[in-house]
Design a protein around this ligand. Structure first.
Ligand SMILES: NC(=O)c1ccc[n+]([C@@H]2O[C@H](COP(=O)([O-])OP(=O)(O)OC[C@H]3O[C@@H](n4cnc5c(N)ncnc54)[C@H](O)[C@@H]3O)[C@@H](O)[C@H]2O)c1
Length: 257
């Protein structure tokens, strides 16, 4: 029989998407649903997570409310998802927060801790809780983390603290990829660029400011949430069976190196 090269291999599999009620997370959850996966949408508010799961249509999607910064509860969260949906073999960490402060001399410990708790610490401990169950079950799986272009640039316009955490995510992704490769767990990251979501463009953002952002992007437009779905699904899928430790820029060419 002729070998098939283009099967995602995700049909029927249980996939966790954190931040799945947010802009990029919702688009990624839609991508997994289209690939036939059953999606566990995790977000801070239960109602929002459940509404996002219901909006995916089809069967088998569920919403789970959790504050990911409550680190000690993360193993119970993964166990609760597994009890409802079966063993999850894909984890996509999309939840994130930014608090811009361009006056670096005024950054507080609370600002630092708040961003690092969700963006970096929760990402690590959710990876840990997820991998623990796969390793115990002797099953392979895939993790996709979300970093940012600033993991490389260092950040701008007040995003230094945020990007210190996102740099940690990119570095940690490579370390986890090496550590868990013997267990068949691949770990990769997405690095979005300038994406038209409330995290970047607010009602106060002027057309001139948007134009200045677009001017930095070779493909000539801001990213859209949907631009990230294919990349996340690819990295999680069997099509990326030989890809681990990678950080994939999804940025219209904003960052090239
Ligand atoms: N928008 C951009 O330009 C951009 C650029 C680079 C990277 N990113 C990253 O992409 C990811 C998604 O960003 P987005 O633009 O869709 O933002 P968003 O605010 O629309 O989505 C983030 C989601 O994370 C959830 N979340 C935050 N803290 C949480 C917590 N403690 N517990 C549970 N859920 C929590 C929020 O409720 C929200 O639904 C983030 O990791 C972000 O850092 C975004």
């Amino acid at each position: 029989m002729r070998r098939r090269h283009l099967d995602w291999g995700l049909a029927g599999r249980a996939v966790i998407v954190t931040g799945g009620a947010g802009a990029i997370g919702r688009a990624i959850a839609e991508g997994f649903a289209e690939a036939g996966a059953r999606v566990a949408v995790v977000d801070r508010e239960t109602a929002a997570a459940q509404a996002a799961a219901a909006a995916l249509g089809g069967e088998g999607h569920e919403g789970f409310g959790a504050d990911l910064a409550a680190i000690a509860a993360l193993p119970d969260l993964v166990a609760a998802i597994e009890a409802q949906m079966g063993l999850c073999t894909v984890l996509c960490n999309v939840a994130g927060v930014i608090r811009r402060n361009a006056d670096l001399l005024s950054v507080t410990e609370e600002e630092w801790d708040g961003q690092h708790a969700v963006n970096l610490k929760a990402t690590f401990f959710l990876c840990q809780a997820f991998a623990a169950r796969l390793i115990a079950a002797g099953r392979p799986g895939a993790i996709v983390n979300t970093t940012s272009q600033g993991w490389w640039s260092g950040g701008y316009a007040g995003s230094v603290v945020y990007n210190a955490a996102k740099g940690g995510v990119a570095t940690m992704t490579r370390g986890l990829a090496r550590a868990w490769a013997p267990h068949g767990i691949r770990v990769n990251a997405l690095a979005p660029g300038l994406v038209e979501t409330p995290m970047l463009v607010t009602p106060e953002t002027t057309p001139e400011q948007v134009a200045a952002l677009v001017a930095q992007i070779p493909l000539g437009r801001l990213g859209q949430p949907a631009d990230h779905a294919g990349a996340a699904v690819f990295l999680a899928s069997d099509l990326a069976a030989y890809v681990t430790g990678a950080t994939l820029n999804v940025s219209g060419g904003f960052l090239m190196y």
